[in-house]
Design a binder for this molecule. Structure first.
Ligand code: SDX
Length: 428
C-alpha cells in the first residue's frame, strides 16, 4: 500500500497520496485537495510547497548538499567544465567525448548575434543596468528567430537552446561595452566559451587580447557553481512563465528579471558594495554585523542566509577557497576579501545568525573574484545569469516534458470587502 497522509476536516477524513523522492524526501500530493475538500492551502513564499517532481538538481539544505543529476557539486567543480555541466543539466547525463565536442562546436557557431542588435543596444541609456539590457535583449531574440519558437517542436527547441546558451555571453558583453562607450567585440570562434566571453568583455579593436588561463578557469568554476539550484525564485519564474507555452526566450527573460532582485542573484552586487562601504567608511566588521541585526536598519548582511540552506552553502565554501587561490595566482591583494572573512567569522559566532541558521550563501564571496578580474559590480548579476542559463534551460525543458504539465495558476484566500453596491460619484 502506497504511503498516504490523512487530513481530517470537520467530521470527514481524507487520504492524500505521498510522493517519496530519491533521497526519501516526502511530499503530500494536494492535486485534488480543493475538488475533494473545498479547501486550498496557504503558503506565502512557497516555503513548504513543491511545484514539480524534478530529476535535475538535489539540495539537502540541512546537510549542505548540492548535486546536479546526482553528481556532487564538489566533484563537478574539481573535474568538469561549464559546457560539460550545461550538457549534463540539459541532456541529463555526462556527454561522451564526441557528444561534448559536437555540443561545444554547435555553441561556438551560434555566438554571433544579428547586426541589428547594435541599434538595439544603441537605443539604451549608457547607464542602463546590464540586467535590464540582458532581459530585454533575450526577450528580443524571439523577434529574430520566429521560425524556432514552438516549445513543443524538438528541432526548434534544440536550436533555440543552443542559440540561448551561445548568444547570452555576447549579449551580456555587448551590454557592458555599450555602458562604457567601447565598440562591441564580435565573438572569436577560435576561443573557448569563457575565453570568448572575457575577450568580448575586456578586449578592444586596438590591441591583441590574451585570455589569462587563471581567470578563464576561475570564471568557468563560478559558472559551474551557479548553473542550477532547483526551484529558486528565478527558476520558478522561468517555469511559471514557461507554463503558458510562451517561447524559451520569453521564459528566460522573466528569469533574468527575477534573478536581478537584491534578495536573489542581485545580492552579489549588494555584497561587494557592502564590503566596499565597510572598507571606505572605516566601519568595523563587528559594528556592521550589529547593524545587520537591527530590524529597522536596512543594512542586512548581504550574501548571508538562504531559504533552503540552514547549513553552509557548499558553493560558498568552494568559492571562498577559490578567492584565495585566484587572488594569489593573480598577485592581487583584496581588502574586501579580508573584510568578508572577518564578517563571516563574527557572524558565525553571533547568536542572532546562529539561531536563525544564517550562513554565507553563493553570493557572499563570488563578487571578490569578479571584482579582482576587473568586472564592474553592476555586471555581477549578469555573470550569475550566465552561469544559471543551463539550469533555467534544463528546468524549462523538463517542464515541457512533464506528464503533469499544466499552466501555473495559484489560488488565493480573499480577505477584501464583502458584496458591495456601486456608489455614484455624487454620493461619495
Ligand atoms: C540566492 O533560492 C535559491 O536557491 C537562491 C540561490 C540560487 O542559487 O538560486 O541560492 C541564490 O538568491 C542566494 C540568496 C541571496 N540573497 C541574499 O544574500 C540577501 C540576504 N539574505 C536574505 O535576504 C534572506 O536570507 C533570503 C532572502 C536569502 C532568505 O529569506 P527567507 O528564507 O525568507 O528568510 P527571512 O528573510 O524570513 O529571514 C529569516 C530571519 C529574519 O529575522 P526574524 O524575522 O526571524 O527576526 O533571518 C533574518 C531575517 O531578518 N535574516 C537576516 C538575513 N537573512 C535573513 N538578517 C540579517 N542579514 C541577513 N542576510
Amino acid at each position: 500500500m502506497a504511503e498516504t497522509a490523512k487530513l481530517t476536516l470537520g467530521d470527514k477524513t481524507y487520504e492524500l497520496p505521498i510522493h517519496v523522492g530519491t533521497e526519501n524526501e516526502r511530499s503530500i500530493d494536494i492535486t485534488n485537495l480543493r475538488a475533494e475538500t473545498g479547501y486550498i492551502t496557504h503558503d506565502p513564499g512557497y516555503g513548504n510547497t513543491g511545484s514539480c517532481l524534478s530529476a535535475i538538481t538535489f539540495i539537502d539544505g540541512e546537510k549542505g548538499i548540492l548535486r546536479y543529476r546526482g553528481i556532487p557539486i564538489e566533484e563537478l567543480a574539481e573535474k568538469s567544465t561549464f559546457l560539460e555541466v550545461a550538457y549534463l543539466l540539459i541532456v541529463g547525463n555526462l556527454p561522451k567525448a564526441g557528444e561534448l565536442s559536437t555540443f561545444t562546436e554547435s555553441i561556438r557557431r551560434h555566438t554571433m548575434i544579428h547586426e541589428d542588435f547594435k541599434a538595439f543596444f544603441g537605443a539604451l541609456p549608457k547607464d542602463a543596468h546590464p540586467m535590464a539590457s540582458c532581459s530585454a535583449a533575450v526577450g528580443a531574440l524571439s523577434t529574430f528567430y520566429p521560425d524556432s519558437l514552438d516549445p513543443r517542436d524538438q528541432r526548434q527547441v534544440e536550436i533555440s537552446i543552443h542559440r540561448t546558451l551561445a548568444k547570452f555571453p555576447t549579449l551580456a558583453a555587448y551590454a557592458y561595452k555599450h555602458s562604457i562607450g567601447q565598440p562591441f567585440m564580435y565573438p572569436k570562434n577560435s576561443l573557448d566559451y569563457v575565453g570568448n566571453f572575457l575577450y568580448m568583455m575586456f578586449g578592444n579593436p586596438c590591441e591583441e587580447y590574451e585570455v589569462d588561463p587563471v581567470i578563464e578557469k576561475a570564471i568557468d568554476l563560478l559558472l559551474i557553481l551557479h548553473a542550477d539550484h532547483e526551484q529558486n525564485c528565478s527558476t520558478s519564474s522561468v517555469r511559471l512563465v514557461g507554463s503558458s507555452k510562451v517561447n524559451i526566450f520569453g521564459a528566460i527573460s522573466a528569469g533574468i528579471n527575477a534573478l536581478w532582485g537584491p534578495l536573489h542573484g542581485g545580492a552579489n552586487q549588494q555584497v561587494i558594495e557592502m564590503l566596499a562601504a565597510i572598507r571606505d567608511e572605516g566601519v568595523t566588521g563587528r559594528e556592521f554585523v550589529e547593524r545587520a541585526k537591527t530590524r529597522n536598519d536596512t543594512s542586512r548582511l548581504m550574501g548571508f542566509g538562504h531559504r533552503v540552506y540552514k547549513n553552509f552553502d557548499p558553493r560558498a565554501k568552494i568559492i571562498k577557497k577559490a578567492c584565495f587561490d585566484v587572488l594569489d595566482k593573480l598577485g592581487v591583494h583584496s581588502k574586501m576579501l579580508e573584510i568578508a572573512v572577518e564578517l563571516e567569522e563574527i557572524a558565525l559566532k553571533d547568536d542572532y545568525f546562529v539561531e536563525r541558521k544564517l550562513y554565507p550563501n553563493v553570493d557572499f564571496y563570488s563578487g571578490v573574484i569578479y571584482n579582482a578580474i576587473g568586472t564592474p559590480s553592476n555586471m555581477f548579476t549578469a555573470l550569475f545569469a550566465l552561469g544559471r542559463m543551463p539550469g533555467w534551460i534544463a528546468q524549462w525543458s523538463e517542464l515541457h516534458r512533464d506528464t503533469e504539465f499544466k499552466i501555473g495558476r495559484p489560488r488565493q484566500t480573499y480577505i477584501g470587502e464583502p458584496l458591495t453596491a456601486y456608489t455614484p460619484i455624487a454620493e461619495r
